[in-house]
Design a protein around this ligand. Structure first.
Ligand code: MF3
Ligand code: CO
Ligand code: CO
Length: 257
């Protein structure tokens, strides 16, 4: 069941979205070689509480921390750990989801750690960022879910990379994960139509090698089957009552077209 939101509700979701943006902006200078993934968690947790928000990941289906930190071959859902120190040349995705006034704002970026990141890793991160941009560019009132996935898959595979299948974008609102599912692969002009009042994420995970993942014994950490790199970016998006698209997790984009 898809929960349709009024413009008023979408306006209310903007507060959570913009806080997610501010958090990721703050991380751009916070993330340096030598900090731990738990430092990132604690930094975001403190910012969340200070702003009167709640961290959705904490306790979600038993997830133990307030953000996901996914380093190098980790695809998503990495658990912050004080013994995991970031080193020059690493890449780390940080996925934040504050709850403000009952609504979720879900966004992530992959950050480069220090100056020593390999050309391949940079190319992969640029590809994942561009995949999110291309997915958003497909959006209009009445667009079909398959067109989003197709645009992403076509670009990523064209560069010799692959698209993760096991994890998908999702509807979002008062609940973290709502219908519909939004795959990052697919066929143009196929699938469900996205229409006015829908709020959802696009969050492509792009792998350097094979798209397949496996889950570590901690039951959360998803890593690439071939241990090659994976990168991800995520925004929360809305189709407003007038049919315009709003990027709820980026005030610099805001309401498009
Ligand atoms: N933020 C993730 C997403 O984009 C979900 C994380 S679930 C958690 O959907 F439990 F790991 F936090
Ligand atoms: Co999400
Ligand atoms: Co997320």
């Amino acid at each position: 069941m898809i929960v349709i939101k009024t413009d008023q509700e979408i306006d209310a979701m903007r507060a959570a979205g913009h806080l997610a943006f501010e958090m990721l902006e703050a991380l751009e200078t916070y993330i340096v070689p030598g900090i731990s993934t738990l430092d990132i968690n604690d930094f975001i947790h403190a910012m969340t509480v200070r702003r009167g928000a709640r961290p959705a990941p904490l306790g979600y289906k038993g997830f133990p921390k307030s953000v996901c930190t996914s380093v190098n071959q980790v695809v998503c859902h990495g658990i912050p750990n004080k013994r995991h120190l970031l080193k020059d040349g690493d890449m780390v995705n940080v996925d934040v989801t504050p709850i403000v006034a009952g609504y979720h704002g879900d966004s992530s970026r992959t950050f480069l750690v220090g100056k020593g990141v390999s050309p391949t890793a940079r190319k992969l991160v640029d590809c994942a960022r561009e995949c999110l941009r291309l997915g958003i560019a497909e959006l209009f009132d009445g667009c079909r879910i398959g067109s989003i996935g197709h645009a992403i898959q076509d670009y990523a595979e064209g560069l010799g990379f692959s698209v993760v299948r096991e994890f998908v974008g999702h509807g979002i609102g008062k609940t973290f994960h709502e219908d519909p599912e939004i795959p990052h692969y697919g066929q143009r002009d196929r699938g469900l139509r996205l229409t006015k009042g829908m709020v959802f994420t696009i969050e492509p995970m792009i792998n350097e090698g094979d798209w397949r993942c496996r889950i570590l014994p901690d039951k959360w950490t998803a890593v690439t089957m071939d241990n090659k790199l994976s990168a991800q970016f995520e925004h929360t998006l809305a189709i407003r009552g007038d049919g315009r698209i709003e990027v709820l997790t980026d005030p610099n984009q805001g309401i498009l077209r």
